[in-house]
Design a protein around this ligand. Structure first.
Ligand SMILES: Nc1ncnc2c1ncn2[C@@H]1O[C@H](COP(=O)(O)OP(=O)(O)O)[C@@H](O)[C@H]1O
Ligand code: SF4
Ligand SMILES: [Mg+2]
Length: 339
């Protein structure tokens, strides 16, 4: 039996478009242990959501396709399941929360109805029991007066309250894994912190592992055990949250961190900035995909693709210079020089 709850091996998910093949996820390997919190960070367009949608098998054919890879849940390859079996996994064993709850809620059914139907789909209980579970779930996410709010429609809830409903729905079937894809990005800063705390506390109480996707490094720093950084469809660095923040090994990670420390608190919640833009996923550069934006590039970066390599203590980085660059020292020297 594997030690891992989820194992993703060499996942590649491509989209056929008029302009060409978009290699949205291009050889991604990672795992999640039971009850662990793994953070996935990277700029917009780096393949975070497509990774999540691939795990849930919500990629729409024929344009979108998982072209290779394995996605093992407790050792069973989800890519070998039929649609009925996958429907039981989705919402039952793996729940997903999206950035915009309106995409997941149906505007013409009441909140109570949608919660009850989800519970009936995944649990062997009567309708009355499902109703009780739904009321308790709304209570757990601190929605006032759950019995009354069960009869209301999604538009009668604020953005924050809708996201609470999604958390209630996601956790109502006690999934083994919760995938939260930018769950608080659309909310104001105060609500973001409350909802994130609540979601992670409830997941902990239930022993649910969390795959937390965000462009916000501050969020992963505060909430995750391990972090993986995505760039242009690949993972460029992996490690414990503490190590990644203390001493990043990949110039891209350093850039993300560097942009963050220069921002004030309100700005930290906006997109991070590094000079230039990510490459087109249709026409990926040969060699290192970060090279056009990298201050440390050497000749070999131009034609040799750096693969993830073990550094020390479970750290991995995909950079030809990761072993020799001391980014932390350079950052400190830079700070001393400027200020
Ligand atoms: N249905 C689709 N058709 C074509 N390209 C897509 C589709 N969905 C996502 N992509 C592309 O895949 C890349 C990764 O997207 P995504 O995973 O959503 O990024 P993010 O890291 O911001 O979540 C982007 O370049 C995006 O344009
Ligand atoms: S491999 Fe080269 S271009 Fe890529 S991040 Fe490392 S130093 Fe920069
Ligand atoms: Mg996304």
């Amino acid at each position: 039996m594997s030690d891992y709850l989820l194992e993703v091996n060499d996942l590649r998910t491509y989209f056929a478009t008029e302009e060409g093949i978009v290699r949205a996820v291009d050889g991604v390997t990672f795992n999640v242990k039971p009850q662990e919190r793994l953070g996935v960070v990277g700029e917009s367009g780096s393949g975070k959501s497509v990774t999540a949608m691939s795990i849930m098998q919500l990629i729409e054919p024929p344009a979108g396709q998982i072209v290779t890879g394995e996605i093992l849940l407790n050792g069973v390859n989800l890519l070998g399941l039929d649609e009925d079996e996958m429907r039981e996994v989705r919402g039952g064993r793996i729940a997903m929360i999206f950035q915009d709850p309106m995409t997941a809620l149906n505007p013409v059914y009441t909140i109570g109805n949608q919660l009850v139907e989800t519970i009936l789909l995944h649990q062997d209980v009567s309708r009355d029991e499902a109703k009780d579970i739904a009321i308790q779930a709304l209570h757990d996410v601190q929605i006032p007066n759950p019995p009354a709010r069960m009869g209301e429609y999604p538009h009668q809830f604020s953005g924050g309250m809708r996201q609470r409903v999604m958390i209630a729905m996601g956790l109502s079937c006690n999934p083994e894994l919760l995938i939260a894809d930018e769950p608080t990005t659309a909310l104001d800063v105060t609500t973001q912190a409350q909802i994130m705390d609540l979601m992670l506390q409830l997941a902990d109480d239930r022993g649910t592992a969390v795959l937390l996707i965000t462009h916000d490094l501050g969020v992963v720093a505060g909430f995750c055990d391990r972090v993986q950084v995505m760039y242009a469809g690949s993972i460029v660095e992996k490690g414990s949250a503490a190590e990644i923040f203390e001493n990043p090994k990949h110039p891209y990670t350093w850039g993300l961190l560097g942009s963050m420390t220069r921002l004030d608190e309100a700005q930290q919640h906006r997109l991070l900035s590094i000079r230039g833009a990510p490459p087109s996923l249709i026409d990926l550069p040969v060699g290192c995909r970060f090279r056009p934006r990298c201050d440390f590039a050497i000749d070999m970066c131009q034609d040799q693709l750096p693969l993830l390599r073990d550094m020390q203590d479970g750290r991995e980085a995909a950079c030809h210079r990761a072993h020799e660059l001391d980014l932390k020292a350079l950052a400190e020297a830079g700070e001393a020089a400027t200020g």
